[in-house]
Ligand binder design. Structure first.
Ligand SMILES: [Zn+2]
Length: 110
């Protein structure tokens, strides 16, 4: 018997990030969702529903650096290489060594 899905409750944060209030993120900070029998990353599902298929070799980047965010305005579809480059540069410049939290900080640093 498939488990009954409960309706998702969205919440908007002061950063305008949309998160799912009644679901827990995984240890890596992403929401995962069971969709047509497969467990997929929620932000990728949002992208597919709103913008269409994600081309081979492309990934969805959180411009806001909040991995749990599903605001389509905070997402961008970029190549894997560009995604890695952005992530690595961000790690490199973070003064505390921690990941930066918001896109504003990211822009300020460049
Ligand atoms: Zn966001």
């Amino acid at each position: 018997m498939p488990k009954k899905q409960t309706a998702l409750l969205f919440r908007t944060l002061p950063t305008d990030c949309h998160i799912i209030a009644n679901m827990k993120v995984n240890a890596d900070g992403y929401f995962r969702y069971r969709f047509k029998g497969a467990l997929i990353m929620f932000h990728r599902l949002i992208w597919k529903l709103k913008k269409g298929e994600i081309p081979e070799g492309y990934e969805i980047n959180h411009k806001c650096n909040n991995r749990g965010c599903c605001n389509i305005e905070h997402l961008e579809c970029i190549s894997r290489a560009e995604h890695l480059d952005k992530t690595n540069r961000m790690r490199y410049v973070a003064p505390s060594g921690k990941l930066m939290k918001h896109a504003e900080n990211y822009r300020k640093a460049y």
